[in-house]
Write a protein of this length. Sequence first.
Length: 134
Amino acid sequence: LADLAIYQGDLERALTILERGIASEHASGTNHKAALQEVMRGEVLVDLDRRDEAREAVSAALQQAGLDPAVLVPAASILAELGEFDRAEVVAAELANSASRSQRAYEKAIRAQLAHAQGRTSSASQCHATMPKN
């Protein structure tokens, strides 16, 4: 439902739906689903220009995420949009230490996005070039 509200441009309604969903997921012990919703909440808060709350949402998501790229990648993207490049680098570093090739590919994608956000286009291209291949 939150997706539909976002699509319809009703960000306040989406936020209410997400907050209820997060509380419900925590109550049922499904913290991973709560983390996914926290990331989406962070994106909505950025769109509403509520940057401090967006930071809090991302922090909450990261505390519950483990190494799930479905949470980490959009969280890093939000952090980059907020200018929190150091925190986004920490997220990338978590993925870099993984034994999984796909996790390391996500790490490279985050680093490329960070380089691009900081105007370092040659570094962004280099990150893309060194991504693990299938």
